[in-house]
Design a binder for this molecule. Sequence first.
Ligand code: MLT
Ligand code: ZN
Length: 447
Amino acid sequence: MTGVAGLVGVLRAIVGADHVLTDADIRATYETDWLRQWHGTTPAVVRPGSAEEVAAVLRACAAAGIAVVPQGGNTGLVGASVPRDGAVLLSMQRFTSIGPVDPLSMQVTAGAGVTIERLQHHARAAGTDFAVDWGARATATVGGAVNTNAGGSRVVRFGTMRSQVMGLQAVFADGSIVTQLDGLAKETAGPHLPSLLVGNEGTLAVVTAARLRLVPWYRETAAALIACDSLVHAVSLLPALRALPSLDAVELLMPDALRLACGHVEVKPPIDPGSAGAFVMVDCAAHRDPSDDLLALLSSATGVLAVGAQREQLYRIRDHITIALGAAGVPLKLDVAVPVQHLDRLVRRVQAALPPSARLVIFGHLAEGNLHVNVLDAGETAPAVREAVLSAAIELGGTISAEHGIGVAKAEWLPRLKGPAAYAALRAIKTALDPANLLNPGVLFPR
Ligand code: MLT
Ligand code: ZN
């Protein structure tokens, strides 16, 4: 085999000519992320249809000395699934099989390319639900959610993706395939390989399928939007919120986020954004109408109860914040978390780091202290803003990635976050599993 041209021929022989895409116009849709933050080029987009084909693709790329970047729905936010330096783009779009819901174990097996929305519909058709949910559900995939350890709005009740993964099928850089999809709840024989691979961002292995925990489907829902004087006031609501048995989500919207999303979807804000320092969107779900839980809360707080279509409208607004940001420009997106008592300090440090021209839009997941810090028009100050925000998160005892991953955006901060011993252990695992740095080089681990 000689160079890229020879590799493309080998890849066609493995997956079929229809699944090796080299046309520039077609490649372009895979070479840039959905918010236009990250750009790259690839000689070929390869779409394998089985774990065995992934294994053969990895072996062929290793033989050619060409790296591989896996990609799911391309809704990532940290540049982890955009090809760099001429790497082959491994699209997981064809891994769309989904097994029957097992009511005995409350589990299901889904391919890496199954979208979160399809998984949710599939689970609900069997009277169950899939617990991880966020705005990009129609495009984001199971594989991407595993690779980033996705979170979303329901972490307060059900945990992140790591809590849902009972098993995985994955292909290592040498082409070996591990299939642990039996979903035994008490598989405690030694370290749990699937757990290690959650959050690996395609750097340790290519995830092809997941065995996933399902949760009850709580059909009765009620939400509220609460206006708070300040972020400190919003945080002070948490003990009362956590006491609600039906609590399903506690989202934070700073006034600019509410204003931006309402403007984008062209609806009147449910509460005047100028009337408060912060907004908390609370969602409750149960087998019986949870409105009374929220009404009791609202008797001591300023807010609106939203049921039925009004609740859907609230979610429409919440789900459109990122899309609205993308329509307003190319945002600098930073996903950080700190202990909730430090959220206000974090926001003050972020504000202090911004140039006057920048626009700050903050929203996130309040219960986990997880802020999505979005900066529009940061211009040339973007690297300094990034440094200031990530440093502040680390200094306040938090993290530089709460659910979006590290990607290329934050790789150089990973050693600082983890500390020497933990980082050396992670690096040793990477070197052992992928000695030639074939899988997603530059992502997670700095070069
Ligand atoms: C969200 O919570 O909507 C997502 O994490 C996306 C984002 O931060 O833009
Ligand atoms: Zn989020």
